[in-house]
Design a protein around this ligand. Structure first.
Ligand SMILES: Nc1nc2c(ncn2[C@@H]2O[C@H](COP(=O)(O)OP(=O)(O)OP(=O)(O)O)[C@@H](O)[C@H]2O)c(=O)[nH]1
Ligand SMILES: [Mg+2]
Length: 290
């Protein structure tokens, strides 16, 4: 049974595992609780509950679900395509510890290599030697150069050096991997702002993409992370990893509704090929279940 159907079963009186959702129920459903439980966040929950009230759907679970599907699809429409002519095009990956940044850098590399692009990686996680090693292993596996520095160096200087090397080599794409950081650590946020500023000095539109990598299994916390990082760095997209787990991704809609930040990619495993472009239609299908 799908995740949504399980929730419906929990919140809609008269629904059992083997019965279909009733067309109508006697009393009003607690839609607010149901939508919050689906990680849709407070703003969207209140908006959609108000809409269900206005549409007189509070006692009509099937029609309400159809309504919510259509609303979610509208909300998640793909962002406008932006043509980038700069070389290198720069992607900066940020996020809390262990969210999947380094693995996502490798996955994006693989995807870009598949498209015939040349790629360089900047190892700007200079906190731990192991972090640089991890990216270097991916670099060797995927046969792309990794620009790095000994631990302790200013990540902004590694970003600067990476840009110069990528420019010199004529690389199409530069992916900057950064250290995990909690957004409430002011010094670490200052540090990442400096990385961004240094890249902008090399070319005004750089980094062209500032993507927050989030662990899809962390549910509601994703919205908080996105709010904090967005405030500091003006995010242009989200990568949601670990969606090969039981994560259902309600917060993808919450982040889009609250911040306008679109989810661009979904990570579904630990290998370089385990990255998919975000497809609103199939997301909505799997969220609600067929
Ligand atoms: N199942 C699964 N595991 C993933 C996915 N993405 C990353 N991982 C795993 O999650 C762990 C952390 O991934 P990293 O890429 O090292 O995360 P990070 O954000 O770079 O971590 P720090 O640099 O320490 O902040 C690793 O064991 C990855 O293999 C995914 O989409 N699915
Ligand atoms: Mg890392």
């Amino acid at each position: 049974m799908s995740f949504w159907k399980k929730l419906v079963q929990k919140f809609v009186p008269g629904t059992t595992a083997d019965s279909a959702t009733p067309l109508e129920v006697e009393s009003e459903i607690d839609w607010e609780a149901l939508l919050l439980e689906a990680d849709l966040g407070l703003t969207l929950t209140q908006k959609w509950t108000a809409a269900l009230t206005a549409q007189k759907l509070l006692k009509k679970p099937q029609a309400a679900e159809q309504f919510l599907r259509a609303e979610m699809l509208k909300l998640l429409e793909p962002p406008a395509y932006r043509l980038i002519l700069d070389k290198p095009e720069v992607i900066m990956l940020v996020g809390v510890n262990g969210s999947g940044k380094t693995t996502s850098a490798a996955k994006l590399t693989q995807l870009s290599l598949n498209q015939g692009k040349t790629v360089m990686l900047g190892a700007c996680d200079t906190f731990r030697a192991a972090a640089v090693d991890q990216l270097q292993v991916w670099g060797e596996r995927l046969a792309v150069p990794v620009i790095s520095a000994p631990p302790g160096r200013d990540p902004a200087s590694v970003a600067f050096e990476s840009y110069e090397q990528a420019e010199k080599a004529g690389s199409d794409l530069l992916i900057i991997d950064t250290a995990g950081r909690m957004p409430n650590k002011n010094n670490l946020m200052q540090e990442i702002m400096k990385v961004k500023r240094v890249l902008a000095k090399k070319s005004p539109d750089s980094p062209h993409h500032t993507w927050l990598v989030v662990d899809g299994t962390t549910g509601n916390n994703v919205l908080f992370q996105a709010q904090e990082f967005h405030q500091t760095l003006q995010l242009t997209g989200l990568i949601v990893t670990k969606m090969d787990s039981s994560a259902k991704g309600g917060m993808i809609a919450a982040v889009r509704a609250e911040l306008g930040v679109p989810t661009l990619y979904i990570g579904r495993g630990e290998q370089a090929g385990d990255l998919e472009s975000f497809q609103p239609h199939s997301f909505v299908e799997s969220f609600f279940g067929k």
